[in-house]
Design a protein around this ligand. Sequence first.
Ligand code: HEM
Length: 497
Amino acid sequence: MSLIWATLVVIFFVYAFYELLNNIQKRKSYPPGPKGLPIIGHLHLLGKNPHQDFLKLAKTHGPLMYVRLGLVPTIVVSSADTVEKFLKTYDHIFASRPYNEAAQHLAYGQKNLINAKYGPYWRNLRKLCTQHLLSNQKTNSFQSMRRQQVELMIKSLKNEACHHRVVVDLSAKISSLSADLTCLMVFGKKYMDEDLDKRGFKAVVNDVEHLAATPNLGDFFPFLGVIDLQGLTRRLKDLSKVFDEFLEKIINEHVQSSDQKQSKDFVDTMLDIMQSGEAEFQFDRRHIKAILFDMLIAAMGTSATAVEWILTELLRHPHVMKKLQKELEQVVGLERMVKESDLEKLNYLDMVVKEGLRLHAVAPLIPHEAMEDCVVNSFHIQKGSRILINFYAVQRDPDIWHEPEKFLPERFVGSSIDIHGRDFQLLPFGSGRRSCPGMQLGIIIVQLIVAQLVHCFDWELPNGMQPCDLDVEEQFGLATSRENPLMAIPTYRLNNA
Ligand code: HEM
């Protein structure tokens, strides 16, 4: 009881002090925003899909909106030209990341690339990852592994499809393939459910993703982190211990077998860098573990989620599915599967993937942090503000996109808009200093899996469901996926049955 009273008294004094500061600051011109409540600010306006809530609020308050999440001043950016200001014109000011309670525990004090504060440490880490782990050469070195794993999934689906009209959980198949591709690239082997912990590898990774995405009061009221009212910090600490032991075991296995290897996974590459001393900063096992954590979390969920959404839209739009199959028949033929070298010839596939990534922003609300005071569109943005770029809102902006809610790959016919970060109306991988360093790899994986699934099978919805009845409910998280698994019936269609 006394702990609760002490907490309330602390909250009251911090709030009073904060309001005083705010009143002094308010003489400057802040962006418009909804009316907030004492202490919690605007937290009560956010539900389970905050990107959708922010889009609704932006319709009233505009593309540059001020809200307060607990004690944290937050700027929500919802139009392409405003995004350009934040990620291009003033990218040098907004390229940091805010304090993150989950990454403090899971990523060795935010030592990972995703959450690291902007500065020399982040710059060195980013250089190391882009040069050694995510370069074109390294990505190409895993091409045959990707082929084998995709073929294994197709084979297993084909076996299931032999049984008349079997319904498969496509979401589970895609996420399992993505987990295998990531583990083989990062650790050099697949991890089965019995590995990692008695709960199993996938269950632990799911827990990590879930906890990392759960709103933590400590992020919005920094002094509450210590009190841990939600019990999240305790769970984060337990999980980080399990994960740390797992990563230690993997590194030890690699140290013991390092001489006999021909192809190098990410752990081998980082051990080489650590031993050579070529990193321009102190680089030890903690850094290796933080990067491994990043690669696992950044690659697994994002690619699988993108494929899941694109398949969803293809099932909702059978004429697009047919048109894509036609292109695949013409370029690849019905005698064999798709190869990575075919991808550059598949123009319609490119449009389908772009449109899928536009309509379903995989990472819709990535936080940045202002490192200095700045004026944008005549509004004052104070140092330390959290900046939320709402890619979901930008990519559905009716002022830019004709019929934005519709899945229309043909909108890209004759258009030069691409997804590499220079067109601010379509930024599935972000833009500027903090843009996705795994973009090239992500595009290959997504295009390859979509092409292979559509080429090898005809797909039908179960229980006589009509395409328009397939739901598009979202579940916000590190990657914003379907809320319900995607179920469908495959029929093998190649001639080599
Ligand atoms: C379809 C797949 C993917 C999508 C849609 C995606 C999207 C994104 C987005 C939107 C960001 C944040 C941009 C920002 O902060 O403004 C990001 C950052 C990042 N992504 Fe990806 N990503 C994908 C795949 C990958 C893969 C395969 C990897 C690595 C194996 C990866 C590694 C990272 C890392 C390390 C960051 C943090 C970069 C930094 O803060 O400096 N991503 N990604």
